[in-house]
Design a protein around this ligand. Structure first.
Ligand SMILES: Cc1cc2nc3c(=O)[nH]c(=O)nc-3n(C[C@H](O)[C@H](O)[C@H](O)COP(=O)(O)OP(=O)(O)OC[C@H]3O[C@@H](n4cnc5c(N)ncnc54)[C@H](O)[C@@H]3O)c2cc1C
Length: 464
């Protein structure tokens, strides 16, 4: 558009979406489907180019976006139907392994069929952005948004890109953990040291047939032990990524050193060798991991996804959270346009909507979840005690000593470790249980009563 003298050159849209990740693309798609003139600004040459190498997509995404997720067919995707947690000792050797499959308690179909689908972000994000374009949204790639645009009264009316181009419309900030819009709009200050983690990971390539044969659909692995804070290890069609993270405020050692230690530990090194895997890339990313999100709106602005601090406080999953919040923000933008109302009150309806949704429920025990992770799986000094305990419990089923004697030894060991264990349980596990139980814990007393009646009394023991 040519600018005449003295005239402000503004490109006008209904909605301006900053960031072409999962949150931005869904916001753009839903806005366009609802008849809004929407544009997505992405600083990368393509969506996904700047994002973490690979992720696991959880069944919630199929539950809430079935119409297009059922059609997803990306070259890198591998379905994970089993998770395996490897518990290791101070030498990095495996002492126990726990594996599990989807629970029959799940209430929606997809969640009974698989645990995650693994994909590379370069493929997934690009595919989602194409869906937004197909729906009618405009996608401006290689466009970095630098600031919000304000009118003479200081009201935010749009955004400005690095070339000084100005755009007017409702702003949906989907610009990730370091959101420019969140700061420039004044909605929140930068995340603090215990609101964000640094996540480092290696991406490895490996022949498809090797991963098929050795890993198959047991594609979600974790490693917990005294040598490194909890490590995730996710397999895609032709490769895997392995990584770990810590809150900035708790980092005492270079995280890459921990990761290298894990990769060189005997069982991981053996797995890498058996898979004929070769390192392809090293990444370091910021990932918000909050106990509870801060404010997520201002007049004419809404924050979604990582910009809002939405990754789940239990496992830092954030793709569904970004997509779901992107949808809610787009629907509120539609209502705002229909009502010609972009006031803070109208934007607040978005915040109330996510708080009152499955997304808000994710944060019901945010503090307890975060403290559990910091206190145990990420705590290299304490995790060894837990690993030994799990292993000892499983040893009740082995025959090295009589089962009775092994059971007695286990309970004596538990009693001797109680001064160390009880404070850990009290601090990191019981607060979580207390928080999530809909009923009071005392409502479970009938269960305890039944158990008590079932326990054989000492004087009734059989004597041979
Ligand atoms: C290592 C790692 C592993 C993860 N694993 C998982 C997992 O397995 N499963 C899961 O569900 N979640 C995972 N997450 C979390 C997940 O990646 C995020 O929660 C999710 O990507 C958030 O989506 P988003 O759209 O809000 O932001 P992002 O995905 O961060 O997208 C933001 C987009 O905005 C663009 N952008 C930023 N600033 C500007 C600007 N000023 N102008 C224009 N464009 C801009 C960026 O280039 C980017 O494309 C992981 C995160 C990390 C770091």
């Amino acid at each position: 558009m040519k600018k005449s003298k003295g005239e402000i050159n503004l490109e006008k849209y209904d909605v301006l979406i900053v960031g072409g990740g999962p949150g931005g693309s869904i916001a753009g798609k839903i806005a366009a489907e609802n008849g809004l003139k929407a544009v997505i600004f992405e600083r990368g040459k393509n969506s996904g180019e700047k994002n973490a190498s690979g992720v696991g997509l959880t069944p919630k995404i199929w539950r809430d976006f079935p119409e297009f997720m059922k059609k997803m067919d990306l070259p890198s995707q591998r379905v994970a139907r089993m998770c395996t947690a490897h518990l290791t000792d101070e030498k990095g050797e495996i002492i126990s392994e726990l594996a599990w499959t989807p629970s029959k308690l799940n209430t929606y179909k997809e969640a009974r069929e698989f645990m995650t689908v693994m994909v590379y972000r370069s493929q997934f994000d690009k595919w989602l952005s194409e869906l937004a374009v197909e729906a009618g949204a405009e996608l401006k790639t290689s466009t970095l948004i630098m600031d919000v645009l304000r009118d003479d009264r200081g009201k935010i009316i749009g955004v400005v890109d690095e070339s000084g181009n100005k755009y007017q419309g409702i702003v949906i900030a989907a610009d990730g953990a370091m959101s420019t819009i969140a700061h420039k709009s004044g909605i929140r200050s930068k995340f603090g040291p215990f609101d964000t983690t640094l996540v480092v990971n290696y991406d490895f390539e490996a022949p498809v047939d090797k991963i098929d044969d050795i890993i198959g659909d047991n594609a979600l692995h974790t490693w917990f032990g005294p040598l490194y804070p909890g490590v995730y290890h996710f397999f895609k069609k032709d490769g895997f990524h392995i990584g770990l993270g810590q809150w900035f405020g708790s980092i005492t050692k270079n995280l890459r050193t921990y990761l290298d230690t894990c990769i060189r530990s005997p069982p991981v090194a053996k797995m890498i060798k058996r898979l004929h895997a070769k390192p392809r890339e090293f990444h370091a990313h910021m990932l918000p991991w909050l106990q509870y999100p801060f404010k997520t709106f201002a007049e004419n602005v809404m924050l979604v996804g990582d910009a809002a601090g939405f990754p789940c406080p239990l496992e830092a999953e954030g793709i569904w959270h970004a997509m779901y919040s992107g949808k809610l923000a787009a629907l509120n933008a539609k209502e705002a346009i229909d009502n010609s109302d972009t006031s803070a009150e109208q934007m607040k309806k978005y915040e109330l909507a996510w708080q009152d949704s499955p997304l808000g429920e994710e944060f019901a025990a945010g503090k307890e979840f975060q403290e559990f992770w910091a206190g145990l799986p990420f705590n290299t000094e304490k995790i060894g005690i837990m690993n030994d305990l799990v292993n000892d419990a499983l040893n009740l089923f082995t025959g090295a000593t009589s089962h009775i004697e092994m059971s007695r030894m286990f309970f004596r060991h538990l009693r001797d470790e109680a001064p160390e264990l009880v404070p850990l349980m009290r601090k990191y596990t019981l607060p979580y249980l207390g928080r999530i139980m809909e009923e009071e814990l005392t409502d479970y007393s009938p269960l305890m009563g039944i158990l008590d009646k079932m326990l054989p009394k000492k004087d009734k023991r059989r004597k041979n």
